[in-house]
Ligand binder design. Sequence first.
Ligand code: ADP
Ligand code: MG
Length: 414
Amino acid sequence: MSFAKASVRDCDVAGHRVLVRVDFNVPLAAAGPGEAADRVVADDTRIRAALPTIELLRERGAALVLCSHLGRPGGKPDQALSMAPVAARLSELLGTEVKQAPRVVGGDVDLMAGALGPGDVLLLENTRFLPGETENDPGLAAALAQLADIYVNDAFGAAHRAHASTEGVAHHLPGYGGLLLEREVNELGAVVGSPRRPLVVVLGGAKVSDKVGVIDRFLEIADRILIGGAMCFSFFRAEGIATGNSLVEEKGVELAAEALRRAELSDCELLLPVDLVLGREFDAGTERRESDGVEVSDGWMGLDVGPRTAERYAEAIASAGTVLWNGPMGAFEMEPFAAGTRAVAEAVAKAPGTTVVGGGDSVAALRGFGLDGEVDWLSTGGGASLELLEGKKLPGVEALRDADPTAEEEEADA
Ligand code: ADP
Ligand code: MG
């Protein structure tokens, strides 16, 4: 499957003003002590991920109006979540001054946008300073559209939301997919649509309910699903196995039972851990014990998969044509319980097959182990990746123009 929507690559932008929705929802840190201290961008990964589209548009002579949400200000201005630190960091990365609008729309913003020349960049204030953003208010969408004559969506991480800046605005302007959004849709789409086999999906993390849609989908598509993380305890509880004080999501138990029933009828093999690492409590200094087996007695909680499980999972990953990994195998933030996640990360990094990793914590784990450069695609979108993999349509993608089929034919002929 390839991107079925119009791409920014095929858009003639010279001399136009382009509104670009980016995902600049980055972590901030205080630049100094005290409440009122200025803030700085603590991790600029998402800003860097948007650079190819921004640079392409500038090279082609467009004037850029960028917008993004940042955190959850709840529909009203909150100085602590201003885009100002992002504008500063983006200026450094682009080597040019990025102008910062004092608000999202209205006031002087129209004038500031109107004054932009080719290659100039204006960053609007946090779109979630206005309640109309998450309400997908048509008035806000129209006001955003006033600022430009072309719309580009490169905010894959927000594409599962139908908000004014991700969806509504595309009803007023011709909408194109940015390079990052296009690549995400293509990479994740290929895992579901045309994977090299065997397709092995490794799922972990905290909650079954977050990922049950992905489990359901891959029971139809994958050859093997390997389950780890706290979510395995919902499966064990569903099988009547004692889980002690392990983190069990109550509503996850019924979902897990249903997934087990479906797995019986499917050609896909669903693997659960065969051994565990236990702790007394969720704490790095807690008493630790390896358990050969998966029953957990009272007073203990499962905090990682054991070494035999890690080895089985690593073998499955090594023999895969395609690996998709989402969710850590244990409480990897605590070194005594990181071995299972490290083993999976190392296996994914070494795997000869195509490797795709999604999920904020899984990507953070890979980065922590210094292995983030060793995988084929690191997805920038948590919820958006999961929804795309589940087979849901993403409103931020759907609202874009369809690709011109004749352009694709010409490309194929060339
Ligand atoms: P991702 O962001 O990669 O999708 P999740 O957010 O679903 O992953 O889950 C990550 C969290 O799950 C981590 O904070 C980790 O500590 C926690 N976790 C994993 N296994 C366990 C476990 N056995 N007990 C408690 N927490 C766990
Ligand atoms: Mg997470």
